[in-house]
Design a protein around this ligand. Structure first.
Ligand SMILES: [Zn+2]
Length: 186
């Protein structure tokens, strides 16, 4: 019997819980759950209790100004969020590029006027506005940019979109997010 099990995974999809599996390449953990950081094939190693997500393509290409990227929010402060890029123009990227989403300089933008744009563990889509000095800077300037998936920061439960906010299905907590029109509940 094979000790490995495979299935398709969507970005942000919950694959396992941390008590059962160790998060490997192509995954990230938020609260108790291990999630796919990009589209790919989730491989569960039942012997080593480890889950990875294999991307259909291995690309190390640097993002360029004007590109659309998606990534996992690692840290979020009122003025800046650090994003680990997981795809560039729709192509999975596993080079672990880190980018900075600047908030204050885009204050005129409706979605960035709010105090909280994203929380760690959110999957977010953004536009590259600069790669000067190899610092990848992002902004939410396109209509489809914003948070794509999120979980409750109190209990880790699934959240649903209510206007410009998200509400936890488990505990009812409501939080602000700069949501993408493509936001999905995972
Ligand atoms: Zn909750």
């Amino acid at each position: 019997m094979s000790s490995k099990k495979e299935r398709k995974a969507l970005p942000g999809e919950a694959l396992a819980v941390v008590e059962e599996f160790e998060p490997g390449e192509g995954t990230y953990s938020v609260g108790e759950s291990i999630r796919a950081s990009s589209l790919g094939i989730a491989e569960f190693d039942l012997k080593q209790r480890k889950v990875i997500v294999k991307s259909p393509v291995k690309k190390q290409i640097l993002p360029l100004k004007g590109n659309t990227v998606e990534g996992v929010v690692e840290t979020a402060q009122p003025s800046v969020a650090n994003i680990r890029i997981t795809s560039i123009n729709g192509e999975p990227s596993n080079a672990n590029f880190t980018a900075m989403l600047m908030v204050r300089q885009d204050m005129h933008q409706r979605r960035q006027r709010r105090s909280i744009i994203a929380k760690p563990g959110d999957l977010i889509r953004a536009t590259v506005i600069s790669t000067k000095n190899t610092i990848i800077q992002l902004s939410l300037e396109n209509e489809k940019d914003g948070v794509l998936t999120s979980v409750c920061s109190i209990c880790g439960g699934a959240v649903v979109k209510i206007n410009d906010r998200v509400k936890c299905k488990e505990c009812g907590y409501v939080e602000e997010r700069a949501l993408s029109p493509d936001f999905i509940t995972v």
